[in-house]
Design a protein around this ligand. Structure first.
Ligand SMILES: O=C(O)[C@H](CS(=O)(=O)O)OP(=O)(O)O
Length: 246
C-alpha cells in the first residue's frame, strides 16, 4: 500500500486511490457528531449559494457551516462540534459548506473513493482502509481555508499513516494535544485563552481531539438514493456522506 500525504485544495486535486480528506478543526469532527446524533446524511457543498439554493429546494434540510469560522446568515448551525453534540438531527438531511473541509471533498474528484478524516474517528478510518486494502492512499490535510497548512491536519495525516504502517507515533497522542495547545493558529481561531464565543466555543478544542470517539467512517457517495428526484431538481451533481460502522 502506497501512502501519500498531500496538502490543501491543490493536494485534493491530486488525490487518487482511496482518499481521506482531513479537517480536524473542525468540519469533519463536527460531521461525526452530526451523524452520531441521527442525521440521515450530510450533503457537502462548495459554495454558499449552493447551500442556499438547496435550502430553497429542501425547506426541511438543516443548513450548517461557516465562512471565516462564523455561522452564516440564515444558517441553522455554524461549524461547531459543541453545538452539534448538543443537538438532535434524527432523519434530517444536513447541507454543509465550510472553508476547507467541504472544499476538499468537492476537489478530490480524481479519487476512487473518499472518506472524511479527523481524530474523532481515526481508528475507524485505519480499520476501514486495512479492510479495503487499496493500492494507493491519499491523505489530504486541508489546512486553514484550504490555502494555508495547519498543524492539526498534517498531524492527523501522520497519525493515520503511522497506524497503517504499524508504527508507534513518536510521543503518542498526548504529544499531539500538547503541540496543538501551544500552536498560534489554534489559539487565534478557537480563542482558547479568551472568552467563549458563539461560533467558536473553547470546548470545540477537546471535542475535536476526542481520539476514536466514533466507530464509523463517513464515506462520500453520489447523492442519488431515495432523494434522487429532489437532487435532480437542483441541476448539479451532489454527494452525501454515509455512515459506515467499522
Ligand atoms: O470553521 C472552521 O473550523 C474552519 C474555518 S477556516 O478553515 O479556518 O477558515 O473551517 P473548516 O472547513 O472546518 O476548516
Amino acid at each position: 500500500m502506497q501512502i501519500e500525504i498531500l496538502q490543501l485544495i491543490e493536494g485534493a486535486r491530486q488525490a487518487r486511490g482511496l482518499a481521506v480528506v482531513i479537517d480536524v478543526f473542525r468540519a469533519f469532527s463536527t460531521a461525526c457528531y452530526v451523524m452520531a446524533n441521527g442525521a440521515r446524511t450530510i450533503v457537502p457543498v462548495g459554495g454558499l449559494e449552493t447551500a442556499y439554493r438547496l435550502k430553497r429546494h429542501w425547506p426541511d434540510a438543516v443548513l450548517m457551516g461557516e465562512r471565516g469560522g462564523l455561522k452564516q446568515p440564515g444558517f441553522d448551525y455554524g461549524n461547531s462540534p459543541t453545538h452539534a453534540r448538543d443537538a438532535r438531527f434524527d432523519g434530517r438531511t444536513v447541507v454543509m459548506t465550510t472553508s476547507a473541509g467541504t472544499q476538499g471533498i468537492v476537489n478530490a474528484s480524481g479519487a476512487d473513493e473518499i472518506v472524511t478524516g479527523s481524530f474523532v474517528n481515526a481508528g475507524a478510518i485505519v480499520e476501514f482502509i486495512r479492510r479495503r486494502r487499496p493500492e494507493h492512499v491519499s491523505l489530504i490535510a486541508m489546512g486553514w481555508g484550504g490555502k494555508e497548512e495547519a498543524e492539526e491536519d498534517t498531524l492527523c495525516a501522520e497519525w493515520i499513516a503511522a497506524a497503517l504502517q504499524g508504527r508507534e507515533f513518536p510521543g503518542g497522542f498526548e504529544s499531539i494535544v500538547e503541540r496543538l495547545k501551544g500552536e498560534s493558529g489554534t489559539n487565534r481561531f478557537l480563542d482558547l485563552d479568551g472568552e467563549p464565543d458563539a461560533s467558536n466555543p473553547r470546548s470545540d478544542f477537546g471535542l475535536c481531539l476526542a481520539l476514536n470517539r466514533f466507530p464509523f467512517v463517513l464515506r462520500v457517495e453520489p447523492y442519488e438514493d431515495a432523494e434522487g428526484a429532489r437532487a435532480a431538481e437542483v441541476g448539479e451533481p451532489l454527494s452525501g456522506l454515509r455512515r459506515i460502522d467499522v
